[in-house]
Design a binder for this molecule. Structure first.
Ligand SMILES: *Cc1c(COP(=O)(O)O)cnc(C)c1O
Length: 401
């Protein structure tokens, strides 16, 4: 018997659920991008999106929209500020900063790493030590993710900036916010981030295919001498006035219709409210996991409660348990798709996303389905029943006036 027929729930950490309003905004014919009314409309969308991205990144720096997924923005960020033979420092906290570093390596960059633990956030103390030891200033940039979507950790970007400053080091701070932008606070200027990278398909509720880079004055200064710059990613050519320069060719018309609508929805709800919504939905998820983990089949991957992200929860199976039966039950029998463990956690973990266009019934529905799976598969016992009741109680408390 299956109960999956009805609206399918996609509870994976990207691509996330696209709101019907965003899908609707994209459902229209292409317009003339070269002039007339259509050209005017699209130019206005571009201008407003670039400006609103500054608000979302919290920067007065320059913003760029690439027709690419997050990996494209990784390459764009490296190409615009670095030169062949430069050294960068990767701060490991899971999969994604390391992946960014692999891209840099393939482009001719020397990559050093502050090794991390897949179960902890980056330790700013280690960053300070490593940079202090670099007395010749060989390291040109420090690359880190705000939320690592594989491990589920959140890194303290402000403290990492403080560590760089305490070491008296001049490296650029480059931050991947793909899994955290518009889910939790990110303060590019206030925190001293020089380059920030984002993507459309997670907190920004838009289909995959657009990614964003923001750069401050220090990054733009480095850009002037960077020899990895190529025509397509080039900030300088995208800084020119003509509309086609902004995309190095045809604008991604329909994705821009979608992005514009998504941003309108974001500002209508308000960034602070969005952050609070994510915090509470993550809190509800954690309340359920706090009960289920007593059953002995899985636990949080991230051991420290305040290092767990508000956008995704990674659950690590204990020895002798596998995630596949849980995911398969949720999908085949209940219509909920949970995220797979990836990287070092492949075959050992599963993930619950609570990022982007999600509300209480969606999270409670996902948690409820997971609890059905756990109970039905015999993965709960007397100590670990009632995770969903705990999540409901958490929200009831949080919402009580
Ligand atoms: C999803 C993700 C990426 C990769 O984005 P793609 O669009 O799949 O290329 C990079 N970094 C983080 C933190 C992510 O969550």
């Amino acid at each position: 018997m299956t109960l999956k027929h009805g609206r399918q729930f996609l509870s994976i950490p990207g691509p996330t659920t696209v709101p019907d309003e965003v899908l609707g905004a994209m459902h229209r014919p292409a317009i003339d991008i070269y002039g007339g009314e259509g050209g005017g409309e699209l130019l206005s969308i571009t201008t407003r999106c670039l400006k609103d991205l500054k608000t979302i990144f919290a920067t007065t720096g320059d913003t760029y929209i690439y027709i690419a997924n997050g990996h494209g923005a990784w390459e764009a960020s490296i190409a615009n500020v670095l030169s062949r033979g430069d050294t960068i420092l990767i701060l490991e906290s899971g999969r994604f900063a390391v992946g960014w570093g692999d891209f840099a390596k393939s482009m001719g960059i020397e990559v050093e790493r502050v090794p991390g633990d897949w179960r902890r956030a980056v330790d700013p103390g280690k960053v300070k030590e490593t940079l202090r030891a670099d007395t010749k200033g060989k390291i040109k940039a420090v690359l880190v993710v705000q939320v690592d979507t594989a491990s589920g950790c959140v890194n303290d970007i402000e403290s990492i900036r403080a560590a760089i400053d305490a070491a008296g080091h001049d490296a650029l701070l480059m931050v991947d916010t793909i899994a955290s932008l518009a889910c939790m606070p990110f303060e590019m200027d206030k925190w001293g981030v020089d380059v920030a990278v984002g993507g459309s398909q997670k907190g920004l509720m838009t289909p995959p295919g657009l990614s964003f880079v923001a750069a401050n004055a220090k990054a733009k200064e480095r850009h002037k001498t960077a020899d990895l710059v190529t025509s397509y990613w080039n900030w300088s050519s995208r800084d020119q006035e003509e509309h086609y320069r902004k995309y190095a060719g045809t604008p991604p018309v329909h994705l821009l219709f979608g992005l514009r609508k998504a941003m309108d929805m974001i500002f209508e709800e308000g960034l602070q409210n969005i952050f609070e919504r994510h915090r509470l939905l993550a809190g509800a998820t954690h309340a359920a996991v706090d009960v289920w983990r007593n059953g002995g089949s899985f636990d949080y991957n991230i051991t420290e409660p305040d290092e767990r992200s508000v956008s995704v929860t990674t659950l690590l199976l204990r020895e002798g348990f596998r995630p596949e039966p849980i995911r398969a039950f949720c999908f085949d029998r209940l219509g909920v798709t949970l995220g797979l463990g990836i990287g070092d956690l492949s075959g050992k973990a599963f993930r619950i996303a609570h990022m982007g266009h999600v509300n209480a019934p969606m999270i409670l529905g996902t948690l409820g389905a997971l609890e059905v799976a756990l109970d039905s598969l015999g993965l709960t016992d007397a100590n670990s029943k009632g995770g969903v009741a705990a999540a409901a109680a958490y929200l009831a408390d949080a919402l009580r006036d």
